[in-house]
Write a protein that binds this ligand. Sequence first.
Ligand SMILES: *[C@@H]1O[C@H](CO)[C@@H](O)[C@H](O)[C@H]1NC(C)=O
Length: 519
Amino acid sequence: MVSVTNLLLCFLILSACEALKILVVYPVPSKSQSLLGEGVVRPLLKAGHEVTYITAFKYKNAPANLRQIDVSDNVNSFPSDQINLQKILANEVPTMKHGMVMFVMRGLQAQTFEYEHVQKFLSDPNEQFDVILSEWMMASLLAGLGPVFNAPFVWVTPMDVHSTVISMIDAAPNPAYTTDLLSARTFPFSFLDRVAELKYRVTEFAYDYMIHEPAETELYNKLIAPLIVKRGRKPPPYSEVRYNVSLVLGNSHISLGSTYSLPQNYIPIGGYHIDEKIEPLTKELKQLLESNNNGFIYFSMGSNLKSKDWPEEIKSGLLKMFGNLKQTVLWKFEEDLPNKPKNVHILKWAPQTSILSHPNCVAFITHGGLLSTTETVYAGVPIIGIPVFGDQPLNVKMAAHRGLGLGVKLSYTLVEDLKVAIEEMISNPRYKEKAKLLSSLYHDRPMKPADELVYWVEHVVRTRGAPHLRSPALLVPLYQRLYLDLAALVVFALIATLYLFRYLRKAISSKVDNDKKRN
Ligand SMILES: *[C@@H]1O[C@H](CO)[C@@H](O)[C@H](O)[C@H]1NC(C)=O
């Protein structure tokens, strides 16, 4: 009996010792980012770790092992008014170029360090963490938290694999067959594609080298280095901190998109945000979805784009077109719509994964956000994508490329274009078949993605920053990677040989001349 109690006690002590102190940072005030943040926090809490969560969106029903630091004021410096369908349609919004996105994100990260309550938290020497996780969103300043707490640092990216994020942990991938997030190319590349991608990468590299990294360095020296000094350590240079992350946990999976070859410390955990306990549908909704033998189409433009911003003529055109379909249409829309046809139903809030998982779902009309495209692959439903901004064009292109669905351009002829796409999708079974195939790929993994997340975070702590996973490429300067030193040597040798030959020829011919003269 004693041994059993002892064992139990040992176990309790052991598990208490094993609870890690983890800092998770999600400062971007957008609903979909917060879903990803919660997707990180939830499994870590479940595994019994103590989590401190710096977030723009409160985690609801927080358990005792979660402490939250609220940075919801970040919403004030986020250009959310730019994410407006009407303005985007009318071309009133400058398309978010690489540099613009980086400028906004850099500012947002800096601001997160500036709040008084965050400064107080960061300056408190009693605050210690075993590991820090933060989302990587086009700026890397948050990596400075690693040296503040003298702890390993892990990025979690909200997007599919792309060249910028790989460049943080490895040599930049070859532009001849890999794409960046915003250039959004799918393989195979034509000659012009390859040239355009190269130009894009060179521009991006120049922007990062000349503007982004220097600006981040300045912010690091101003906002973060003093915190490290306060803790009695010498701040390492930012150029080292930026490229010293232990891992990147990527919101990607082979079933969702690109087939990049990945460095050892990039771990694809796409789908980790999906709670495996799929919420059952309400009785009413279930009845509605099962009332039509032709199935239903689910339509949602995500949580950032507001349906009310659809121009009137498109709204009424959509209603009329949907009214002529044999299927039920379930439209996630924030307001009530008058004059709805009988087969169209509005939901102000939709349990998306549960709806997509219903076997009667024949198609999903979506903006192509990565969370939505992941959930649709999870459930095996084909999509019609209407991409609007950010990574959505890439996600939709990728989906179309892989046969999972069709893309429709956001334009004033949307209603007609969408009608054509819906007809094609309903009459041609290949989309559904492909969706099922990708879904089986998605589920065919050794571990659930959320469990994988926990495993790798613990691995980083166990191995003190997982240095064994790092790519040696980061330590090799670009000129060496491109063998420019060898090229220089070869050119030098050629020129030297040429000169030598010339010299010898001259010497010989003058000797011959001399000899002739003497004779
Ligand atoms: C880099 O990370 C490792 C492990 O996380 C840490 O021990 C080291 O001090 C870091 N170096 C710098 C320059 O931040």
